[in-house]
Write a protein that binds this ligand. Structure first.
Ligand code: CU
Length: 360
């Protein structure tokens, strides 16, 4: 009874305090705060990863082409096949492949990796936009007709040339299989790998067993809607997000054969798209992994308080090894943003630590 009275008293006090602050809110300083807020919002809006106009697409494509023309920053004795700055990203992915897939750092590693790429486009190629994503569900019925893969000069180039080829075992052979012939990336070369070429591609062998030797060749793709209609519709993405209550089941389900991660990679297919190690060598990789990141971000925001500082899984794709920890470090070496490596706990939020972006 007594505590009830005092609680009510406290409540009354709080009401009067907030009334007082409301009265004070209309002072000159607060007015300036309100006036300045629009500029902050506008700046924040620049970091939204969302729909692009034709001009924005062209700016993004120009930045990607630019980074394929900049020299590598890797030690050329260890990475002789890494000729360009773009290749640096492919090489670091190849090197880490066995400890960043099917592991507890899968999501955070690829989040930082994609952010580092976006930052390289900005700081090294003057890009002022953001990293676009490929919304698998929106174009599930016909990825080849999507603005991402339609082969136009605002696309990421289209399907490969139609050639007779085998199934890769994940999906039936699609409408392509050969080198991409249209769009902005028709002359881009893959310099590294292969490491795990599938049956539908026949790239020449790399001169080195670690795939890091110089092996220039065209980008091949074999687009089809087989996997997107089966495993990556909007309804299925929503079910992935709402159907998994903890990070362990969410990351496991997402990487399963019948879900979005595999579906995206093997919708692109070809060389290096279907090569588990070398897949970032296809510039569409970044749009796919930005969507992986968006899916994780949306999952997190459904219960932010309980879904940020959580971790599950191991540290090696082959199983065994120690459990992953939020204190484990992610070090992208020559790709690190501002030259810094980060703990996983610094990379779980898109608006904390080195990261600063939201999806729309
Ligand atoms: Cu990967």
């Amino acid at each position: 009874m007594v505590s009830g009275v005092s609680l009510r008293g406290l409540y009354a006090l709080l009401v009067s305090v907030s009334f007082f602050s409301a009265l004070c809110a209309a002072d000159a300083v607060s007015d300036l705060q309100t006036k300045g807020r629009a500029a902050v919002d506008a700046q924040l809006a620049k970091m939204h990863r969302g729909d692009f106009t034709a001009e924005q697409k062209k700016a993004y494509i120009a930045a990607v082409l630019c980074i394929t023309q900049k020299p590598s920053k890797l030690d050329q004795t260890k990475y002789p096949g890494a000729k360009t700055r773009y290749d640096d990203f492919v090489a670091i992915h190849i090197k880490n492949s066995m400890s960043i897939h099917g592991t507890g750092n899968f999501l955070s590693w690829h989040r930082y990796f994609t952010f580092a790429y976006e930052q390289a486009l900005r700081t090294e190629c003057g890009y002022t936009g953001t990293q676009p994503y490929w919304d698998w569900g929106r174009w599930a019925s016909d990825p080849e007709k999507s603005p991402i893969f339609d082969g136009s000069d605002t696309s990421m180039s289209g399907n490969g040339q139609k050639v007779t080829h085998q199934s890769n075992g994940i999906k039936p052979a699609g409408n392509g299989g050969g080198c991409i012939e249209k769009g902005p990336f028709k002359n881009m070369t893959v310099n590294l790998g292969p490491m795990a070429a599938m049956a539908d591609t026949t790239p020449p062998r790399n001169p080195r067993s670690d795939g890091l030797g110089y092996n220039p060749r065209c980008i091949k793709r074999d687009l089809s809607n087989y996997l997107t209609t089966k495993y990556a519709t909007t309804a299925q993405i929503a079910t992935l997000i709402t159907g998994q209550a903890n990070i362990g089941s969410f990351q496991t389900k997402m990487q399963a054969q019948d879900s979005v991660h595999v579906a995206g990679h093997f919708t692109i297919s070809g060389d290096p798209g279907s090569d588990f190690y070398v897949s970032p060598g296809d510039p569409a990789f970044w749009l796919h992994h930005s969507m992986i990141d968006r899916t994780w971000y949306i999952w997190q925001t459904q219960d932010l308080a309980n879904r940020l500082n959580v971790i599950a899984g191991g540290t090696s794709m082959m199983g065994g090894g120690k459990a992953q920890s939020l204190d484990d470090t992610i070090d992208l070496e020559v790709l690190n943003v501002d030259g810094k490596k980060w703990k996983i706990r610094d990379l779980v939020s898109t608006v904390d630590g080195p990261l600063c972006y939201v999806y729309e």
